[in-house]
Ligand binder design. Structure first.
Ligand code: HEM
Ligand code: 2DC
Length: 458
């Protein structure tokens, strides 16, 4: 049993990832933890992860983020695929899978995301020009938020928001800020029932509601636009012309999910698509600035792939294994999710303990990525480890696993690959100083301080 005292002493929520590392060092590869009503068994080994995911059952269930479900109950909004469970989850997820994560949808996403990538590079050249220097030194996180929202928006709605232009719509900025606030205000409520906070009229709960309100209202507006266009058959014309109309229009035309279900999941995809990919890209640029030889190696791979693929982007994306390994490597050291969780549906044995069905089992993703026993020289950023014979068995789990894994995975991967391709083709990324940046837990793991980089045309 880990005491609440220990938890606070080691820095509480913000430091939860390091506390988990500490706990595995103290208690070994399996330990039980009770924080208030949050009772879990924690594991770190890939072999145990394999056992866990074999016992996840037909309707894999994660730990329920109560502030998120409470908000929807409070505002009488439908749960999307993120929060649904059981048969309701499965039937929605099956329909969404075909439009969002099936391998064949990638060819629809690539041209859209590539255009966003090109615009991002164009924007940086402009900034460099305006700086009056031959480079731009900046904390890119706001720019990356815009890139990520522009990307996920273009795929969901089949059209551009225009966030990479000079004048950004203040509503878009408000949307982006609200997602950050939504994540931040979730953490203090993870272990305290939001129903209680609500009755106490607590500040965090109010802020949390306000943030979700902005998110849902803006998503509603985007959804209404497409819906109206479809009814006046403006969208159908684009389909007739063979143009990809976007995930939302396809779902509406397919008519397999209720409008409320579609709205709920599209909103979750829109909100889930901003901080996740942008943070991962920022960490990747940070690592590339610290490993200049690797950066050159990646650039060489990209330039060769560009030449060989002769304008065929799908082929190009198949020819950049080291780049893909770099993204895996970023997620090893800087995972978005501190852990993966499942309620197991059958009794299992791990490390000689019998764990009964119904238990919440958590795989410490951050701790696993930094374990000496699991990854040789874990402190080194070395993408090539994913290309060699080192075992990869249940080690690359940044997007989760199985039928409940990240629904946005294909969008995220394509978006990040294209981003890095364009950046490497155009700029050298240099670091401003030597300080090592740590992670901090704001529901997702994010850099604890600004990462300032210098971007210089090749
Ligand atoms: C779920 C990671 C980007 C939407 C998840 C989960 C993880 C994750 C670990 C839980 C999976 C599990 O329990 O097995 C990431 C990472 C991303 C990323 C590392 C980027 C680097 C995105 C994007 C979107 C998105 C871009 C939306 C376009 C979702 C949704 C779920 C989810 C809707 C819930 C799926 C379900 O419950 O069926 N993500 N994610 N994510 N993610 Fe992502
Ligand atoms: C946070 O103890 C720590 O992908 C908790 O795109 C357990 C927990 C449960 C669910 C996890 C969450 C953690 C981290 C953030 C995740 C979330 C499931 C999906 C979500 C991993 C590990 C995320 C970021 C989604 C969010 C989409 C949404 C906000 C609309």
């Amino acid at each position: 049993m880990v005491t609440v005292y220990n938890f606070w002493k080691l820095g509480g929520f913000k430091n939860i990832h390091n506390i988990m590392v500490h706990n595995f060092n103290t208690f070994g590869p399996i330990y039980r933890e009770k924080i208030g009503s949050y009772d879990s068994v924690n594991i770190i080994n890939p072999e145990d992860a394999a056992i866990l995911f074999k016992a996840e059952g037909h309707y894999p269930k994660r730990f329920r983020v109560e502030p998120w479900t409470s908000y929807r109950d409070y505002r009488h909004r439908e749960y999307g695929v993120l929060l649904k469970d059981g048969e309701d989850w499965r039937s929605n997820r099956v329909v969404l899978n075909k439009e969002v994560i099936a391998p064949k949808v990638q060819c629809n996403f690539v041209p859209l995301l590539d255009e966003v990538g090109q615009d991002f590079v164009g924007r940086i050249y402009k900034k460099i020009e305006r700086s009056g220097q031959r480079s731009w030194t900046v904390d890119l996180h706001q720019e990356l938020f815009k890139y990520a929202l522009e990307s996920v928006g273009s795929v969901l709605y089949g059209e551009r928001f225009g966030l990479l232009q000079d004048h950004i719509d203040p509503e878009a900025k408000r949307f982006i800020d609200s997602i950050t606030v939504m994540f931040k205000t979730t953490t203090p409520m993870l272990y305290i029932p939001p129903g209680l906070l609500r009755r106490l009229g607590s500040r965090v709960w109010t802020e949390h509601v306000e943030a979700w309100d902005v998110i849902f209202n803006q998503a509603d507006r985007c959804i209404q636009n497409i819906y109206r266009e479809l009814r006046t058959s403006k969208r159908e014309d684009t389909v007739d012309q063979g143009k990809y109309p976007g995930v939302l229009a396809n779902l509406l035309m397919l008519d397999k999910l209720s409008i409320e279900d579609i709205k709920a999941s599209i909103t979750e995809l829109m909100a889930g698509g901003v901080d996740t990919t942008s943070t991962t890209l920022l960490w990747t640029l940070y690592e590339l600035s610290r490993n200049t030889d690797l950066q050159e190696e990646l650039r060489a791979e990209v330039l060769t792939a560009r030449q060989a693929s002769q304008g065929d982007l799908i082929l190009m994306l198949k020819s950049v294994p080291l780049l893909k390994a770099a993204i895996k490597e970023t997620l090893r050291l800087h995972p978005v999710a501190v852990n993966l969780q499942r309620y197991i549906t059958e009794d299992i044995v791990m490390q000689n303990y019998l764990i009964p069905a119904g238990t919440l089992v958590q795989l410490g993703l951050y701790a696993m990525g930094r374990s000496h026993r699991i990854f040789p020289h874990p402190e080194m950023y070395r993408p090539s480890r994913w290309l060699r014979s080192e075992s990869q068995y249940f080690r690359s789990l940044g997007f989760g696993f199985g039928p409940r894994q990240c629904l946005g995975r294909r969008i995220a991967e394509t978006e990040m690959q294209l981003f890095l391709i364009h950046m490497l083709e155009n700029f050298r990324i240099e670091k401003q100083n030597k300080v090592k940046v740590q992670s901090t837990f704001e529901l997702i793991l994010v850099p604890e301080r600004p990462i300032v980089l210098t971007i210089r045309p090749l």
